[in-house]
Design a protein around this ligand. Structure first.
Ligand code: PAF
Length: 281
C-alpha cells in the first residue's frame, strides 16, 4: 500500500495508470469507521485503484474548538485500510501542501441548497467542503467518487459542485451505516461517553417514528411532535428537524405524490454535534 503526503507523488502514480483503468476516490477526514469502510469496499470492488484521502479540512469548520477536537488516528486508519486491500492508496497531505499557505475557502454559489439546514447553522461550511472536494477531485482525477448519505446535503452540494465546475467524475452516494442501536456511524461518535452513545439511539428511533407518521400527518405536525420529544429529553438538544424535498432540499410545504422526501436532523449531545436523516417515501 502506498501512503502519499505530496500532491506530486499522487499525480505521478495516477498518470502512470493504463488506459481503461478506473480510479475510485473516497475523500475522508480520517478516524475511519464502518461507514467509511463500506464506501472503501465499494470503491475497491468497482475500480482498478482506490484512493482514500485523509485530511481534516480546516476551512469547513465554523467552530475552531470542533476542529481542535476532531479525532486524528492516521496510524489506525492506515492499518484498517491495509486489512481491506493492497490496492488502496492513502493520500494524507498537510494543510500547507493543500492550501499552500493560504488557508481560505473559495466562494461558491450553490443556490438554495446551501441556505438551509447545515448551511444555515454552519456559516461557510459548504464553501469549505466545496474548496477541498474540488481540490481533491482535480488532483486525483477519479473516475468515481464515493460519499455517504449521512451527509446528504453535502452529497447534493457536491453533485452541484461538479456540475458548476464541469469536473468529469461520477458522484456515487452510498447508504448510511448504523451502529447496532441505530445511531448513524460518525467519527464524532468516538467523542461520546458510552452512556450517551447508547442513549443516542433516541435520535434514530425518533426519525423512524417520524417516518411512520409521514403517511398520515403533515410536516408541521411531525416537526412539532419531534420538537416536543426533544424538549422532554434532557440529554440531547435539537438544533433542527426538517422535512425536505430530496432534490432541492427545500422544506416541505405541501406533499406531492411525485416527489421524494427526507427528514433531516441535527442534535447536540453536550458539545458534540450529530446529524442524521431518513428517507420518508
Ligand atoms: O464528509 C467528510 O468527511 C468531509 O466533509 C469531506 C467530504 C471529506 C471533505 O473534507
Amino acid at each position: 500500500m502506498f501512503i502519499f503526503h505530496k500532491i506530486e507523488e499522487l499525480k505521478n502514480l495516477t498518470s502512470s495508470l493504463s488506459k481503461g483503468d478506473t480510479i475510485g476516490m473516497v475523500p475522508t477526514m480520517g478516524a475511519l469507521h464502518l461507514g467509511h469502510i463500506s464506501l472503501v469496499k465499494k470503491a475497491v470492488r468497482e475500480n482498478s485503484l482506490t484512493i482514500v484521502s485523509i485530511f481534516v479540512n480546516p476551512t469547513q469548520f465554523n467552530n475552531q474548538e470542533d476542529l481542535k477536537k476532531y479525532p486524528k488516528t492516521l496510524e489506525d486508519d492506515v492499518s484498517l485500510l491495509k486489512s481491506i486491500s493492497k490496492d488502496i492508496v492513502v493520500f494524507s497531505p498537510s494543510a500547507k501542501e493543500i492550501y499552500n499557505g493560504n488557508i481560505k475557502s473559495e466562494s461558491y454559489n450553490f443556490g438554495k441548497l446551501e441556505k438551509v439546514m447545515e448551511g444555515e447553522f454552519r456559516d461557510g461550511h459548504f464553501d469549505g467542503v466545496g474548496t477541498i472536494v474540488e481540490k481533491l477531485l482535480t488532483i486525483a482525477k477519479p473516475t468515481n467518487a464515493y460519499f455517504g448519505e449521512k451527509d446528504y446535503q453535502q452529497l447534493q452540494i457536491i453533485n452541484k459542485l461538479v456540475k458548476i465546475k464541469k469536473i468529469p467524475v461520477n458522484i456515487i452516494g452510498c447508504p448510511i451505516v448504523r451502529e447496532a442501536n441505530g445511531l448513524a456511524m460518525s467519527s464524532r461518535n468516538e467523542r461520546l461517553s458510552s452512556y450517551l452513545r447508547n442513549e443516542a439511539s433516541f435520535i434514530y428511533k425518533t426519525l423512524k417514528t417520524a417516518k411512520e407518521k409521514f403517511g398520515t400527518k403533515s410536516a408541521t405536525y411531525i416537526t412539532d411532535w419531534v420538537t416536543n420529544q426533544f424538549q422532554q429529553n434532557k440529554l440531547f438538544k435539537l438544533e433542527y428537524f426538517t422535512i425536505a424535498d430530496t432534490e432541492n432540499l427545500q422544506p416541505l410545504k405541501r406533499k406531492s405524490k411525485n416527489k421524494k422526501y427526507r427528514a433531516f436532523i441535527a442534535v447536540y449531545a453536550n458539545d458534540i454535534r450529530l446529524i442524521d436523516n431518513i428517507s420518508l417515501n
